[in-house]
Design a binder for this molecule. Sequence first.
Ligand SMILES: O=C(O)CCC(=O)C(=O)O
Ligand SMILES: [Fe+2]
Length: 289
Amino acid sequence: MDTIDPTTSRDGVAAVSYKDPAAPALFTDSLHRTGFGVVRDHPIPQALVEQVYAEWLDFFDGDAKHAYAFDKAKHDGFFSSAVSETAKGNTKRDLKEFFHVFPWGRYPAEVSDAARRYYALASEFAGELLSWVEAHTPPEVSAKFTMPLASMIDASPATLLRILRYPPLTGEEEPGAVRAAAHEDINLLTVLPASNERGLQLLTASGEWADVPSDFGTLVINVGDMLQEASGGFYKSTTHRVVNPSGEGARRSRVSIPLFLQPRPEVVLSERYTAESYLDERLRQLGVK
Ligand SMILES: O=C(O)CCC(=O)C(=O)O
Ligand SMILES: [Fe+2]
């Protein structure tokens, strides 16, 4: 398996500097070619990301999380590994537990407001990324957007911060179960700070798994199904997964905090779907609705 290196591979995921005037064009081109793009030198403080990682690892280590068991109708709160997702087309549950933070949802008293502050900063930055994408999308494609992409997520109650913890492996896992089985994201874009541990891979157009460049401190962004739908397939929602570590890494927890940019429910994505009808269909397929 090869690591995609943007400095040597013109086909790979580009890692762009936020400060580079060419960043919007390079980033959008990378999304179009690979479904992924990486941004470094970005405005989200890494100290805040690391604070979220540390506080929430403690939270997942304790028992207080069970008081926030997820709400079946609203989907906020804690999802234990016993109820964790089974990826579409898969039979085994992912080896992960997570907490869904929504602006209106439950939030643990055991952690500081760091994750809420991260949510606000990352949402604002995401609006900028969507404007980059819009500005560099061919006009015949952007003509399909029913409103500016950034407006679709403006004050959206559906945008979701998922705080994920992949526990250390014990060796007792069900054979074939992985940290996150191959899947596509449902939303417009996902904004993901590089994790504290390796493991994130994407499926290339030629059908091979490759590590997503994830230098600590960078942001990884990927296309979700809703942007694929809204762009008539111009942007592809790329399949990705999180593989199990071997050796020393297996003894460590992995934490990651994807922000899934979900349009407001009434936003029209395409002739077939609103954001609400699209999400509803996908959640049923996932078996969580
Ligand atoms: O943990 C990661 O690095 C990615 C998680 C992911 O792909 C997801 O939750 O949709
Ligand atoms: Fe994902």
